[in-house]
Write a protein that binds this ligand. Sequence first.
Ligand SMILES: [Cu+2]
Length: 169
Amino acid sequence: MRKTARLALLCLTPLLAGGAVAQDFTAGSLKIGRPWSRATPNGAKVAGGYLTVTNTGAEPDTLTGGTFDEAGGVELHSMSMEGGVMKMAPVEGGLTIKPGETVTLKPGGYHLMFTGLKDPLKKGESVKGSLTFTKAGSVPVSFTVESLAAKAPGGEGGMEMKEGGGHHH
Ligand SMILES: [Cu+2]
């Protein structure tokens, strides 16, 4: 009996190893693409949250914030260059996603700011949280933690990206 159980577990391992791959989520007419965050150095108290939101419905909706299990708080920020300096600022009134539109939260642009981190985020982790929308309400998601240098979900800053080569991890 024991042996069988262990074998079954081994067979599942490749699937489980893929568990950290960024996922898509759906809430009504909103499609949430691949929420991810970045590993943090020891002692860091903040991290960014990135994703896309596509509105497939006929009514606009507004992203106003969310939650993140490993953080004390979540803020919605924009990032812009001002006189050669990157500046972050809270997004007043939230981010509206019009029908047919996709809004992207990414490094250097709009992002969720996770504040008061309880522990450093480690690459490969998956952290539960939620997104708050004016109409859709609270939508549960999970954020995949990518490497410190990642610029996009599933990427290593371009080093390890190999799409279509049958070379999936
Ligand atoms: Cu920020």
